[in-house]
Design a protein around this ligand. Structure first.
Ligand SMILES: Nc1nc2c(c(=O)[nH]1)N[C@H]1C(S)=C(S)[C@@H](COP(=O)(O)OP(=O)(O)OC[C@H]3O[C@@H](n4cnc5c(=O)[nH]c(N)nc54)[C@H](O)[C@@H]3O)O[C@H]1N2
Ligand SMILES: Nc1nc2c(c(=O)[nH]1)N[C@H]1C(S)=C(S)[C@@H](COP(=O)(O)OP(=O)(O)OC[C@H]3O[C@@H](n4cnc5c(=O)[nH]c(N)nc54)[C@H](O)[C@@H]3O)O[C@H]1N2
Ligand code: SF4
Ligand SMILES: [Mo]
Length: 736
């Protein structure tokens, strides 16, 4: 059979590589990096190269499942949507809307459905019980950005391609390919940084593959990054290295006073980085032509996640590197950035059981099980999960698993029958990856260049099954009481109409005063989702504004550019973006300054025994890539890494079975002594622990490995953001 080639963005990680996919009929026969892609220029990793295996995995569900007499049974789409209407309707009628909870998982950041329909779903369900993977990930960064810049989405991105000095903490982009910094071929960009004479310093309790690329690697005790960064801030002030900051910045004097007590020698004691190193880092950051600090998951899902996220941007700012080329810059999504209008604050409501504050409209997923288990008014009785696997990805996963079993109703939008979805009453699987269009609504705003790229569906869906966007639209319509027969396009047209009505009435809009109906008629696209995307692109900062800016972006222009459009490097954007009450960048926001008390009180608490951290492997993607045979094995194993000297001291040998115990649970796993991990620290990857009864992932089931979140503790949270502490868990280790 003849073959054809399609170009498409990889939906698996934040690097958004352009792929060249060769198909024979509906079969993927080869995937390569697209050499003509304007952003990734041919880069690809093993996950992208096996996208065909994932897409055609025989364990992917091809139609809905509905629980009948206790058993998940194949059903038609009509039957499945009717079961959702009945199930959600019953719970909401009996217990109120608050009794329905939502959990949105990570792949929502990589699908058009997740990008464009979760808002409507949430609104239609009308509950405050909203949870997501953000509270086991980047939520601290949203809080620090909200408090500093007034906009929780205004997260500075390291300008990788132009910086002279990069201080990286708690990230391993050679394996993860980067996060909150969308940069295909992150490893190549780091090599280029060094090749042009720049410097890379990596701070990590493990000597990672990224550390191996660096000029220097520094071990740090898990959870103590804010001490290191405060030592740097102290030195910057003490040695007069702080850059001249204009009146767009508030709080510099307050920082100077605050930092006094955090001397490098006191900080070295806590974090394990020598005082001279802390001082050297401060001097180097200040002396570099341009410099930037970048912190990721190891600093975020930690005891002081928000404080660390704040300090990362404080050091970038104090050294004069915020919002300038080579420093920390703000992304510029081609579909435009929605200006944050309300003054940012957290705690607009609180969780019922533990009283944990709301953050950007959600509650900490670490308390979802409490909300399900604890009787009373507002108890969660039903759950909707979209692209999430919280049983493997959130603290005390087994506890959550048991709680899910007690729900009155659960519906999951997910292609797999896995640890979480096996508890559902209805599973609605999205079709094959290649059957939906792709545009990175969430990620292009964190890209290191201004790029735009849309991939239309490569394959038509079989037998009229809905794509993910249509599934989510349908759920929203059902929750809004429109019934199972409502056409998903209704939702799109309603949203388009509302957005256009707003735009034509807005004096600052380039379409002010025009006729909304006429503009709607001009939109192109094969379906409502594409029409909405066209609208966003045309009204975005680079859009054609429906003819007002000829040559500007539109869906059609992106369709004509399958390798993407490069709009150039990032440009300063701070002035248009700051949305604090004062109109200035707040370098010492009150809630953060108050949390320093918690940090001071922790300073003496030196822990004996081991602390647990996580790790990622290039050939994994959280919990759901283990069903691809080509990616299993090799270094991709669920072992407990422990420093070689620690292992010798305990008389433990490589390959030996050991137990690991925390306050919450225990697992048995295999020991991997290693010189690359700091003494006193052990590491276990997350995402393993497949093969629970009732799941269907036949390859993953055969991989040995345990659920690392058996050990993580739902009571340990970063106070300001409610984010779970997944790195720095006290554990004991021993042999049977
Ligand atoms: N101990 C520990 N735990 C961690 C972490 C850690 O470092 N250590 N990391 C945390 C982080 S950063 C994250 S982001 C979370 C992730 O937490 P989750 O998002 O809850 O988990 P994932 O493993 O990403 O599971 C994704 C789910 O989406 C499904 N899926 C895949 N593609 C699609 C799609 O296109 N549509 C739909 N509807 N479903 C899809 C998969 O089958 C799977 O069920 O895990 C967190 N958990
Ligand atoms: N191959 C692959 N790529 C992925 C994923 C995947 O599962 N596999 N997941 C994706 C997701 S959801 C995300 S959020 C990103 C995450 O992307 P990264 O943040 O780059 O994630 P990791 O590779 O887990 O790197 C975190 C590092 O933090 C270190 N660390 C642990 N505790 C501490 C600490 O207290 N301080 C410091 N300084 N370091 C610490 C760990 O040793 C580890 O090397 O990756 C994404 N990309
Ligand atoms: S690095 Fe990420 S985006 Fe690129 S091919 Fe690999 S998984 Fe896909
Ligand atoms: Mo993540």
């Amino acid at each position: 059979m003849s073959t054809r080639t399609a170009y498409r963005t990889c939906p698996l990680c934040e690097a958004v590589c352009g792929l060249e996919i060769t198909l024979s009929g509906r079969d993927v026969v080869r995937v390569r990096g697209d050499r003509d892609d304007v952003f990734s220029r041919g880069f690809i990793c093993p996950k992208g190269a096996t996208l065909g295996d994932l897409d055609q995995d025989p364990d992917r569900l091809t139609g809905p499942l509905v629980r009948r007499d206790g058993v998940l049974t194949p059903a038609t789409w009509d039957e499945a949507f009717a079961a959702v209407e009945a199930g959600l309707g019953r719970v909401a009628a009996e217990h109120g809307r608050e009794s329905v909870a939502l959990y949105f998982g990570n792949p929502n950041a990589h699908t058009l459905g997740g990008g464009l329909y979760l808002g409507a779903l949430r609104k239609a369900i009308g509950t405050r019980n909203v949870y997501s993977a953000a509270s086991v990930d980047q939520l601290p960064k949203h809080v620090s950005a909200g408090l500093m810049f007034g906009d929780p989405t205004a997260i500075p991105v390291p300008d990788l391609d132009r910086t002279d000095y990069l201080l990286m903490l708690g990230a391993n982009p050679v394996e993860s390919n980067g996060s909150l910094c969308t940069a295909p071929d992150f490893p190549g960009r780091l090599k280029a940084l060094r090749a042009r004479g720049g410097r890379l310093v990596v701070v990590d309790p493990r000597r990672t593959r990224t550390a191996a690329l660096a000029d220097r690697h520094l071990f740090i005790r898990p959870g103590t990054d804010p001490y290191l960064l405060l030592g740097i801030v102290h030195t910057l002030f003490a040695e007069n290295l702080v850059a001249a900051l204009d009146d767009r910045f508030a709080g510099v004097e307050e920082l100077r006073v605050l930092a006094k007590e955090f001397t490098p020698s006191a900080m070295a004691d806590v974090c394990g980085v020598p005082a001279e190193e802390i001082e050297t880092l401060a001097r180097e950051l200040a002396a570099a032509e341009t410099a930037v600090v970048y912190g990721r998951i190891g600093t975020s899902t930690a005891e002081f996640g928000t404080l660390t996220s704040w300090l990362v941007d404080v050091v970038t700012t104090l050294t004069g590197n915020l919002d300038r080329p080579g420093g920390g810059m703000f992304g510029a999504p081609p579909h435009g950035r929605t200006r944050w209008r309300k003054p940012f604050r957290t705690g607009r409501w609180s969780s019922r059981v533990r009283g944990l504050p709301e953050v950007i409209g959600e509650l900490p997923v670490a308390t979802l099980a409490d909300e399900i288990r604890t009787p009373g008014d507002g108890q969660v009785r039903a759950l909707v999960t979209v692209a999430g696997n919280p049983v493997l990805s959130t603290p005390d996963g087994p506890g959550l698993d048991a709680a899910l079993e007690t729900l009155d109703f659960m519906v999951s939008v997910d292609p797999y029958l896995n640890a979480t979805t096996r508890r559902a009453d209805v599973i609605l699987p999205p079709p094959r990856i290649l059957e939906a269009g792709h545009y990175d609504v969430a990620l292009l705003g964190f890209a290191v260049r201004r790029v735009a790229r849309y991939s239309p569906p490569v394959l038509a869906p079989l037998d009229g099954r809905p794509n993910e966007a249509q599934i989510l639209a349908k759920l929203a319509l059902i929750a809004a009481g429109q019934g199972v027969d409502a056409d998903p396009a209704l939702l799109d047209e309603g949203l388009i109409g509302a957005a256009l009505a707003h735009a034509v009435a807005d004096p600052t809009s380039p379409v002010h005063g025009r006729d909304a109906g006429e503009l709607a008629a001009e939109l192109t696209g094969a379906d409502g989702t594409e029409r909405r995307l066209d609208l966003m692109l045309r009204l975005g900062s680079y859009g054609d504004a429906f003819g007002a800016r000829p040559g500007g972006l539109s869906l059609r222009r992106l369709l004509d550019a399958p390798h993407g459009l490069d709009l150039g490097p990032l440009e300063p954007a701070l002035d248009a973006l700051v949305a604090t009450a004062s109109g200035k960048v707040e370098l010492a926001p009150a809630p953060i300054v108050a949390d320093l008390a918690r940090l001071r009180s922790g300073a003496g608490a030196r822990r004996d025994g081991f602390v647990l951290v996580g790790r990622r492997n290039l050939r994994t993607n959280n919990s759901w890539s283990h069903n691809v045979r080509a990616l299993a094995g090799g270094s991709n194993r669920c072992t407990l890494q422990m420093n070689t000297d620690d292992a010798a001291r305990l008389g433990l040998a490589a390959g030996q079975e050991v137990w690991v115990r925390s306050r919450v649970g225990a697992v048995a796993t295999v020991l991997e002594p290693s010189e690359t991990i700091m003494p006193g620290v052990v590491s276990l990857p997350h995402g393993f622990g497949h093969g629970l009864p009732g799941t269907r992932q036949r390859v993953a089931e055969q991989t040995s490995g345990v659920n690392a979140n058996t050990l993580t503790d739902p009571d340990l949270l970063d106070a300001l953001s409610g984010t779970a502490v997944l790195n720095g868990i006290p554990v004991e280790v021993g042999a049977n």
